[in-house]
Design a protein around this ligand. Structure first.
Ligand code: TXA
Ligand code: MG
Length: 352
């Protein structure tokens, strides 16, 4: 049975959260909000509990989990060493949407790291996540709280939709602010390499720790890629039930192309959803199901709405989602990475 616990993140009811912390301590599964997306947590040092995460999500066992901590000092116990560049990143970006990969210590079970010699660690910036982990007094392994392959959950309703009956507790504390998962930074290589773009941008990282590489797979347009360094990158991801097609180019050309494609798909009997932006929404005839994901000039607004918008189209029962591409600058890099994956790398260019 799944219990739902509603909390106000600005005025946390400690007794309710203490109950969820007890469930975690006893080896149960608790979905909780973070500033990026909702996570599905279990005691990271309890192998059976961690296996429960993989079972609940239907997650392949070769895709490792991130260990969440509520106190920077806990990092030292999970890893063999903390290089100075990692320490700088931790000092600057934790708590926050940055996950670092370091050599794992002996206490981390291999089920967490999918047999790898490294472990991914992050300190989230959400008051409920931090307080939950502190009250439980453990390190919490947590992937995003969606069924494997589905868009990550940014609201408790998304978790309920995917994991109801599969987990013990779902904590509902409103929507996740960032809306996309953390940046995954591999610190085993020199220079450190971004394996997954996220809430902390390459520019922000460069400012603090100097040279940073970005895994070529991050911006790849096709599925035939080199052997992925982050095992999670090889799986289908973020997929709504509808087919997704990304349309790239300047805003006006994109809108024209989307209108043209929408007409073609409609004529073929498909129900079309259009993922627009504030700037283009009024360029689509009212007959089409168009939703703005946010402001083109403010990619963080699109990051925050992306997964929710994909799920909305599923609720509307559309067959095809035509999604406007946005610029890959700042957090736009992460937005486009998720959108391309959701589309299975199906993209067309509008302005040639
Ligand atoms: O924002 C987030 O990171 C969210 C919240 C809940 O914290 N969590 C999240 O977890 O997105 P998940 O499991 O959905 O994604 C973790 C990613 C996967 O792509 C996984 O392959 C990669 O991190 N990863 C984990 N451990 C790794 C390791 N040791 N080496 C390389 N990649 C790793
Ligand atoms: Mg995930």
């Amino acid at each position: 049975m799944t219990e739902i616990i509603k909390l106000d993140k600005d005025d946390i009811d400690r007794d309710k959260l203490l109950y969820a912390a007890e469930v975690l301590k006893k080896g149960g599964l608790v979905a909780f909000p973070t500033e990026t997306v909702y996570g599905l947590g279990a005691d990271a040092l309890n192998e059976n509990a961690v296996r429960g995460i993989f079972a609940a999500k239907g997650r392949p066992s070769d895709n490792p989990l991130i260990v969440h901590i509520a106190d920077k000092d806990k990092l030292g116990g999970l890893v063999r060493r903390v290089p100075s560049s990692a320490q700088k990143a931790v000092d600057e970006f934790w708590p926050g949407p940055l996950t670092i990969i370091l050599p794992k210590s002996g206490i981390v079970p291999s089920v967490v790291t999918a047999g790898l010699d490294t472990v991914a660690v992050r300190m989230p910036a959400h008051p409920v996540a931090l307080e939950l982990i502190r009250l439980a007094g453990i390190c919490v392994a947590a992937p995003s709280a969606n069924l494997s392959g589905r868009p990550s959950p940014t609201r408790a309703e998304h978790v309920i939709e995917d994991l109801w009956g599969r987990v013990d507790v779902i904590i509902d504390a409103g929507s996740a602010e960032v809306g996309l998962e953390s940046t995954v930074l591999d610190m085993m290589v020199e220079p450190p390499m971004i394996l997954r773009p996220g809430g902390v941008t390459p520019a922000q990282l460069r400012e603090i720790i100097g040279e940073i590489a970005v895994d070529p797979a991050v911006e790849n347009r096709r599925e035939e890629r080199s052997i992925p360094k982050s095992p999670g990158m090889k799986y289908t991801h973020y997929s709504p039930r509808a087919d997704v097609l990304v349309v790239e180019g300047n805003a006006a050309a994109v809108a024209a192309k989307v209108r043209e494609l929408a007409a073609v798909f409609s004529a073929a009997g498909k129900k079309v959803g259009i993922m627009a932006t504030d700037q283009t929404l009024n360029l689509y005839p009212s007959g089409f199901a168009a939703i703005s994901a946010g402001d083109r000039e403010k990619p963080d607004t699109i990051a925050s709405n992306l997964f929710n918008t994909l799920r909305k189209f599923d609720e509307m029962g559309v067959d095809v989602i035509l999604a406007e591409a946005v610029e890959s600058t700042g957090i736009g890099l992460a937005v486009m990475n998720r959108l391309r994956k959701a589309a299975g790398y199906n993209t067309v260019r509008a302005d040639d």
